[in-house]
Write a protein that binds this ligand. Sequence first.
Ligand code: FAD
Length: 116
Amino acid sequence: RKRTDCPADVETLGRSTWTLLHSIAATYPRTPTQSQQNDLTSFIRLFSKFYPCWVCAEDFQEYIEKEKIKAGSRDEFGNWLCEAHNEVNRKLGKPTFDCSRWQERWKTGWKDGSCD
Ligand code: FAD
């Protein structure tokens, strides 16, 4: 059997989850309706209650209380999420990410063409 067919550890779960969340930001409308904004905000709040790494979930819920979820547009949400991810990066001693480039990483591919 393949190693990838085993239960996800905190790292694998984290990478997959960030991929999903940043990809949601990448496809979120530039000008969302009020109901889309409410839905995305609820989704992130509910997600934080069920995230299957309980310490991670607890800290993320605290972060959401401190830094209100911003879902007013694609770029607003993408930047909010990037900052939230950077907070976890700092906690884990990982390098922070330049949030002005979140769309290059998760939507358009890098300007140098390395994703083409
Ligand atoms: P990841 O952090 O998983 O990042 C994946 C890719 O995203 C990177 O390779 C990079 O290209 C890109 N990236 C990096 N930073 C950003 C950013 N700021 N914005 C956009 N793109 C970026 N792990 C713990 O051990 N303790 C925790 O408390 C914890 N809390 C978490 C909370 C949440 C909500 C999530 C989703 C994950 C959490 N994790 C936690 C997992 C942790 O964040 C990492 O996913 C895991 O350590 C694997 O790290 P990685 O180095 O592979 O890159």
